[in-house]
Design a protein around this ligand. Structure first.
Ligand SMILES: [Zn+2]
Ligand SMILES: [Zn+2]
Length: 445
C-alpha cells in the first residue's frame, strides 16, 4: 500500500527539489485535500512539515536541505538553523508558477490599486474575472502531470477569490456572480485591470401629448444629418424625440456616458399616446451613480419635457425585461382613438354596419406604401377586436379601435389603395381625408 509514490511529503520533496514555489502555488496543488484552509496555509504547512521531516532524517545531506529551503522561499530559517550559506539573492528564487505575483502582499497592493480606480463609482456588487497568461496554465499543467497531481484547483479561482476577499474587506460591496454592478477584469501578472461598469435598466410608461415628435431621433432625409436648407441646418427632420427627452436628462442624473431607449413598439410621429402610456425600458450605460430616487427622476424628466411627454411608474428592472417587453409588445393589443374627416357625409346606419362588420376579424395588410422604403413588402395578418364609431359632425367620426399590436391603423382606415383588406373607407365607400391618431391603451399581458 504505502509505496513512495503515495507519500505526500515525498511528492512535495520531489517538487521542491526541482521547482521553486510560493506557499500559494504549492498549496494550490493540494486544495482538494483539506477544506477550510487557504492555499497559502496549505503550502506553508507542507513546507514546514517537509523541512522538519528532512531535518529529522536527512540531517547529514546539507545539499538537499539547502535546496529545499531555498525553493520553499524559507529564507528566514537559514539563520535560525545556523546553516552556513553564501549570501543569497531572494530574487533568484521567485515562484516558478506565479513569479510571486499571487503572494499576499502583491495581491493586497494590486487590490488597493483597483480600489483607487473604483472609488468614484457607486456599486453594491462586483465580480472579479481574472485573466491568466497561457504560459502560466501550461507550467502548472506540466507540474501536475509530472507528479500525477489531481488534488489541485484552478489558479484562476484562487486569484478571483483572493482579490475578491481584499475588495470585500476594503468596501461594503458584495460578490454577485450573475448580475454584478461592476465587473473587474484583472491580469495580476502584468499588473493590469479593466473596470466594466454594468448598465442600469429603468422601466416606465410614457405619454405623448404633441404631434411631430418621433420616438427616436429623426435625421434629415435630404442631408443625412450634415445640415441643409430643408432642415434649417439642424441635420434633423424633427428637433427632438421621446428617447432624447427621457434619456439625456437621465444619463446626466446617473452621471452616465450614454443611454439606450427600448420601447414596447412605436407610434407614428403624428400620433399621440394617452391613457396609461406606452411601456419602455431605459438602459443607462456606464453610470457612476446607481441609486436615484425614482420620484425625483420622474419629476426631472417631466419638468424638462415641458408638457411634450410625461413618464410615470418608473422603477428599476433588469436586462431580461427588455427582451420580454419586446416579445410581449408584438402580441400586445392596443386601443386607439382616431378622429377621421371623410370626403362625403356619413349616416348612422352606415356606421352601425361598419361596427358589425369590423368585429373580431382578421385584417390582411400588405406593408404600407409609406414605409415600403424602410420595411420589406409582405402580408401581415393581424386581429381586429372592435371598432366603435361616434359621429362628431356630418363628415367627422371618432373611432375607438382595439387591435393586435403591429396592425397599421391609418391603413386600416384608408385601405392604402387596396393593400389593407377590409378597411373602413372601403366598407363605408367613403374616402378619409384627414386622420388624427392617439394610442390610449397598450395591454401588455
Ligand atoms: Zn506562486
Ligand atoms: Zn437636412
Amino acid at each position: 500500500m504505502k509505496n513512495e509514490k503515495e507519500n505526500l511529503l515525498e511528492i512535495v520533496k520531489n517538487i521542491l527539489l526541482k521547482y521553486c514555489l510560493c506557499d500559494n502555488c504549492l498549496g494550490r496543488q493540494f486544495s482538494k485535500l483539506i477544506p477550510g484552509l487557504t492555499n497559502e496555509e496549505r503550502g506553508r504547512i507542507l513546507k514546514i512539515s517537509l523541512l522538519m521531516n528532512v531535518l529529522y532524517s536527512y540531517k547529514e545531506n546539507e545539499i538537499i536541505l539547502k535546496k529545499i529551503i531555498l525553493n520553499s522561499q524559507l529564507f528566514d530559517i537559514i539563520e535560525k538553523l545556523n546553516l552556513s550559506m553564501e549570501k543569497i539573492n531572494e530574487n533568484d528564487f521567485k515562484c516558478y508558477l506565479c513569479e510571486n505575483k499571487i503572494k499576499k502582499e502583491n495581491v493586497k497592493n494590486f487590490s488597493q490599486k483597483i480600489l483607487k480606480e473604483i472609488e468614484n463609482i457607486e456599486f453594491k456588487t462586483f465580480l472579479i474575472g481574472a485573466s491568466i497568461p497561457v504560459e502560466i496554465h501550461e507550467r502548472e499543467d506540466m507540474i501536475r502531470s509530472e507528479y500525477g497531481l489531481i488534488t489541485g484547483e484552478d489558479i484562476k479561482s484562487e486569484i478571483n477569490r483572493e482579490i475578491g476577499k481584499n475588495l470585500l474587506n476594503l468596501t461594503n460591496a458584495k460578490v454577485d456572480f450573475y448580475n454584478p454592478d461592476v465587473t473587474i477584469i484583472t491580469n495580476i501578472f502584468n499588473d493590469n485591470f479593466f473596470i466594466q461598469i454594468n448598465p442600469i435598466f429603468i422601466k416606465g410608461f410614457y405619454k405623448k401629448f404633441v404631434k411631430n415628435l418621433p420616438q427616436s431621433p429623426w435625421i434629415c432625409n435630404y442631408c443625412k444629418g450634415v445640415g441643409c436648407e430643408k432642415c434649417n441646418w439642424q441635420g434633423r427632420k424633427y428637433p427632438s424625440s421621446i428617447s432624447e427627452l427621457i434619456g439625456e436628462i437621465s444619463a446626466k442624473i446617473f452621471e452616465a456616458i450614454d443611454y439606450k431607449f427600448h420601447a414596447a413598439g412605436r407610434e407614428d410621429v403624428d400620433a399621440l399616446v394617452l391613457g396609461s402610456g406606452r411601456p419602455f425600458v431605459l438602459e443607462i450605460i456606464k453610470p457612476l451613480k446607481r441609486t436615484i430616487d425614482m420620484k425625483f427622476l420622474e419629476e426631472s424628466i417631466n419638468n424638462n419635457a415641458k408638457g411634450m411627454i410625461e413618464v410615470n411608474n418608473l422603477c428599476y428592472t433588469t436586462k431580461k425585461e427588455v427582451n420580454e417587453m419586446k416579445i410581449k409588445s408584438q402580441k400586445a393589443s392596443k386601443i386607439y382613438l382616431a378622429k377621421v374627416v371623410f370626403e362625403k357625409e356619413i349616416n348612422d346606419k352606415e356606421l352601425k354596419n361598419l361596427e358589425l362588420k369590423m368585429n373580431n376579424i382578421t385584417i390582411e395588410q400588405r406593408t404600407p406604401m409609406r414605409v415600403l422604403n424602410r420595411r420589406k413588402d409582405k402580408i401581415r395578418r393581424k386581429f381586429l377586436y372592435y371598432i366603435k364609431a361616434k359621429k362628431i359632425d356630418s363628415r367627422i367620426v371618432e373611432f375607438e379601435i382595439k387591435a393586435q399590436g403591429g396592425l397599421y391603423i391609418k391603413e386600416l382606415i384608408t385601405g392604402d389603395n387596396g393593400r389593407t383588406i377590409p378597411s373602413i373607407s372601403e366598407i363605408l365607400g367613403n374616402k378619409a381625408s384627414n386622420i388624427e391618431l392617439a394610442v390610449i391603451n397598450i395591454e401588455i399581458i
